[in-house]
Design a protein around this ligand. Sequence first.
Ligand code: PEP
Ligand code: MN
Length: 332
Amino acid sequence: MIVELKNTVAEKRANEIAQELKAICIHYERKYTLITPSATKELDAKFQSEADRVTVLNDDMQLSSRAWKNETRTIDINGVKIGGTTNNTLLIAGPCSIESEEQIEQSAALLKELNITTLRAGAFKPRTSPYTFQGMGLDGLKLLAKMRDKYGFNIITEVRDATQVEDIIEYADIIQIGAKSMYDHGILRRCGKTTKPVLLKRGFGTTLQEFLQCAEFILSGGNPNVILCERGLRTFETKTRFTLDLCGAAWMKQYSNLPIILDPSHAIGYAYGVPDLARACTAMGVDGLLIEVHPNPKVAKSDASQQLNHDEFRTLANSLKAVAGAIGRKII
Ligand code: PEP
Ligand code: MN
């Protein structure tokens, strides 16, 4: 149950009521809002006069639900807006990993040429083997920040574990929580204490309910700026790396108020399929796409098979504009 208190209720009183209701108290849209377990179905009569609105919910997908707020949240990333009434589809692009200054400079130049605002690359890589490239770490993060300062991008990069969470929060404009960290409560809770936008990727073996409840950890920590990212599930199929859950994306559009980004690159795992999938994702009318592109994919130090080269990406970016335009949306 979500209890929005009247804006005349002060912090001290809001905390007292929260304690009695065993609720979490956040300050949202200029008033205190209490979130109880969803099993609580009624507000005690003694608090009624202090409440503005009470929303009873079926399950613990609460702050992220359309049952509470029936519109997609607007997320403002330093003036670049998605969600709400914007009809923007944010194209997030860049190499899987930052590998050198020369490489990230080439990526940045490509994005600048195509008027893309959001550069993504990993500095701390959560690899599936300890013997492969693990990312450039803080040096990589600083190179990414250098590209932001030079070209005016927003940058997005992944926090791999709690040891770099403070650095990522300091440098990134959007904090990425990867699929393998979806359940990392240290990261989720810390990201609830900033207001920087967080892109939360769905774990590849998790249900939509589990995914949305992880988003609730960030939202109920006080950060309203959460973006969901579907990046493919592990299924019985072995021909593709994962299976992109577009049904799940449709469900999230229907039932969640958080913007949705789709990641065809990690889903299929092979560059040949990324352009077709990216166009299909755009046609769904989601809030953004995440595409991996590398100056020379053959020698990429991570995710080599799925990264587009610059020419392939140029062609794709142009075709996405037409697809978005056909459904009244705009690629930004
Ligand atoms: C990535 O975005 O480079 C990545 C590691 O993705 P995921 O967390 O979806 O596996
Ligand atoms: Mn990758």
